[in-house]
Design a protein around this ligand. Sequence first.
Ligand code: GLP
Length: 263
Amino acid sequence: MQVVILDSPEAVAEYGAQIFIRQLKKQPHSVLGLATGSTPVALYQKLIDANQKNEISFRDVTTYNLDEYLGLEGDHPQSYRHFMNQQLFDHIDIDKTRTYVPPGSASNPIQACDEYEQMIAASGGINIQLLGIGRNGHIGFNEPSSGLLSRTRVKTLTQETIDDNARFFSEDEYQPHLSITMGIGTILDSQQVVLLATGSSKADAIYRAVEGPMSASCPASALQMHQNAVIVIDEAAAANLEHREFYKHIERENQKLLAQLGN
Ligand code: GLP
């Protein structure tokens, strides 16, 4: 894993955005895996800015989102489809018919999960998968105890995740307890994974993901098995890492190397 520790959430968003911008310049027909939550919002804003300045185009891009609440229609204000439209898709030159979010309102969710896997495969797989992380170490909605090679499926949310996400729902609003999520195995199949985390509330999850044993009790720890996983975090989220000075040293060396290579 490449662990990149930066001074601020703004720097985390910028570093993450540059990975996507480089990818889109190199491969305009990219397949991107996208995430919801508050963490990627600043990165999406940077992609919107780059698109509006004609630095990158999404015309030929296909996207797959990680997860969706089961039982919410795509036009529900708390659905992840609605979130993605508002935070990204409505503001860029993407063909929305190629933006896929697991269908939370599917009449047969189990079949819909298999179809989602088939669609990703038919697109040729995901080039870069963006991830946030839950305080309990979840990625997508792969809660602790998720199989480390699991595929897209219906997943029950933990009370901790329901409580963390309750801030998005009004008091009398129905908040789903089930989701459809890409599996950890689905995520691991992506060519590259970029996980962003900021703030002290993520410090324990980041410690367990990066330096803890690989275990289903911290789903993000499965990224230790990925051949190209970049963990981009701010100082607050890095606070519990034992080897953080070493990670900073590695990143400085990487940047020197890239400068020498003219990148
Ligand atoms: C939700 C999403 C995750 C996301 C997590 C953290 O549970 N399903 O994909 O990583 O929230 O969200 P935030 O970035 O708001 O902390």
